[in-house]
Each structure stands twice: as structure tokens, then as C-alpha cells.
Design a protein around this ligand. Structure first.
Ligand SMILES: N[C@@H](CCC(=O)N[C@@H](CS)C(=O)NCC(=O)O)C(=O)O
Length: 202
């Protein structure tokens, strides 16, 4: 049995979506963000000291970090969603699995936090915006003509990159990054994505 510790409006949505794609049995433990601070509730810290979502429990083990969770779930339940080790596609898989949290999220989070500074943050915005453009542009360019990042069908990387791609669209970057916009639309049209949205709304 798999348990997903799910925080509303968070990166955890992509794990819920993956679980729906896999069609496995799982249980959701829902956590709601604080209405004022938007932070996760302290209950999540009882599971892990960082108190972040997503986290899953699988076969009695706790797994944190979206990319590790996606990799583990695909390895155990859908190996076809990870390229063959040793292939060129596998190297691209590794790079993009790390890029999602390790690179793309950096300017996104800087934009969020520096935005809270108001005018005091103004000197930092040109660099942040240039980095947002660079990271969104890179995702837009590496998307293959078949509509996926690495394989011919949905893969682990599509799941991981859906989150920064969705943020780009929430920032109304559709015209600047049309391939990324089309990717997000296609992912949102998947029945499993829609089931996840229904189940995760708390
Ligand atoms: N790199 C981690 C980031 C986890 C993370 O920061 N999750 C956010 C939700 S998107 C969270 O739990 N924030 C609540 C808080 O920090 O209070 C991952 O990919 O799982």
C-alpha cells in the first residue's frame, strides 16, 4: 500500500497525477496550507523534519523529494516510463529529473520571495526575469515534436516538468513559450490528471 502525504496547491499534485496514471492502490492523507501564511501545517513535520509535501510511504519506507518519489514509483510500477539505462535518452532523463527541482525552481522561488519585498527587491528583478526566461525557454526548446520531453509516451520527466511548466502558464507566458503551453494543455487533458485534480482539491 502507498500513502501520499498531500498538501493542497503544491508539487504533490504531480505525484497524485502519477499515482492515477499508474492505476495503483493508494491512500491520500490531506494537509491544508495555513490560510494566512500559506505554509504547510505542523502535522507534516511529524512525518519528516522538513515538513514538506510530497512525501510517500511505500512498503513501510518514507520517501521524500518529488524526483526521488517519481523515480521510485516508475521503477517499481511503470519501468517503461524511464529510458533504458545507458541510452542517450537516459542521460537526458537524469538531467531533466534534476533540472526540474535543482534548476528550474530556483528563479521561480526567487521571483516569489523577492516579489514580497516590493520596491526593495527591484534591483534583483532583471536578473530573475532573465533566468526565468532562460529556464522556460530551455524547457520549450527541449520538448520533442511528439509532445514529450524524453520518450514517445508519457515519461517520468513529463511528470516532473509539468510543475514548472504550469507556473510559466500561470505567469501568462503562453505566447512566449507556445510548445510548453501546448504541453501543459495536453497533460491537463489526460483523464488521470483530471482525476488527480478532483481528488486533491481540499
Ligand atoms: N524539492 C522538494 C520541495 C518540496 C516543497 O518545497 N514542497 C512545498 C510545496 S510545493 C511545501 O511543502 N511547502 C510548504 C512549506 O514549506 O511550509 C520536492 O520536490 O519535493
Amino acid at each position: 500500500m502507498i500513502i501520499l502525504h498531500h498538501l493542497n496547491r503544491s508539487r504533490s499534485h504531480r505525484i497524485l497525477w502519477l499515482l492515477e496514471e499508474l492505476g495503483v492502490d493508494y491512500e491520500i492523507k490531506q494537509y491544508a496550507r495555513d490560510a494566512k501564511t500559506n505554509l504547510a501545517p505542523p502535522d507534516l513535520m511529524k512525518i519528516h523534519p522538513l515538513g514538506k509535501s510530497p512525501m510517500i510511504e511505500m512498503d513501510g519506507r518514507l520517501i521524500t523529494e518529488s524526483a526521488a518519489i517519481v523515480e521510485m514509483l516508475c521503477m517499481t510500477h511503470a519501468p517503461h516510463m524511464i529510458p533504458q539505462v545507458g541510452s542517450d535518452a537516459y542521460i537526458q532523463h537524469l538531467e531533466l529529473m534534476h533540472f526540474a527541482e535543482g534548476s528550474a525552481m530556483t528563479p521561480i522561488l526567487l521571483n516569489l520571495y523577492v516579489g514580497l519585498l516590493g520596491d526593495a527587491g527591484a534591483p534583483l528583478h532583471p536578473r530573475i526575469e532573465q533566468q526565468l526566461d532562460a529556464h522556460y525557454g530551455y524547457m520549450n526548446d527541449v520538448l520533442r515534436d511528439n509532445g514529450h520531453f524524453v520518450l514517445d509516451e508519457l515519461s517520468a520527466v513529463d511528470i516532473m516538468l509539468s510543475f514548472p511548466a504550469e507556473i510559466a502558464m500561470r505567469q501568462n507566458r503562453q505566447e512566449d513559450f507556445p510548445r510548453l503551453a501546448a504541453f501543459v494543455e495536453r497533460m491537463h487533458a489526460r483523464p488521470a490528471y483530471q482525476r488527480a485534480t478532483e481528488k486533491g482539491a481540499n
